[in-house]
Design a protein around this ligand. Structure first.
Ligand SMILES: [Zn+2]
Length: 146
């Protein structure tokens, strides 16, 4: 079962990666369709993650892309810290409404120190990643756009 789940995760991630390569950037009129596919992938990723956890595989799902990460394959340096600005290390202030996704969501935040904004992902608990990071002028932070 464990082996089958791991290969399922692999196939799911391959689909996520293929979609990211071929579908982006998405023309304006196709955005809705792309969001639908993304939402399906995120839901599927969430379901697979729950199954994996029930079978003793410590996995987490990126609620934005649907990409599944199996713990043990994450480098410590790649992990964000809950409540800490990924740009300057300042303290985050949560504001606005949560963005809900299947099995989790994202808390929008603003950094009190540098004015950066973003959203903290959670999958029942903090999912180990910040999304949509922008500086105080709204410019996406290199490497942190997703
Ligand atoms: Zn900051």
């Amino acid at each position: 079962m464990k082996k089958q789940l791991l290969s399922l995760i692999e196939r799911h991630n391959a689909t996520v990666a293929a979609l990211n390569r071929s579908e982006l950037p998405v023309p304006g009129d196709k955005m809705f369709r792309a969001m639908e596919i993304w939402h399906k992938l995120a839901c599927e990723g969430s379901d697979i993650t729950i199954m994996a956890r029930e079978n003793g595989i410590d996995a987490k799902c990126n609620m934005q892309t649907g990409q599944i990460t199996v713990y043990g394959s994450i480098r410590e340096s790649d992990k964000d810290t809950e409540g800490v600005c990924p740009v300057c290390g300042g303290e985050l202030e949560y504001n606005g409404d949560d963005i809900k996704t299947c099995g989790g969501g994202m808390h929008p935040w603003t950094c009190q120190k540098c004015g950066a904004t973003g959203a903290e992902g959670y999958n029942e608990v903090f999912d180990g990643q910040h999304y949509n990071v922008r500086d105080k002028d709204g410019t996406p932070v290199p490497g942190r756009e997703g």
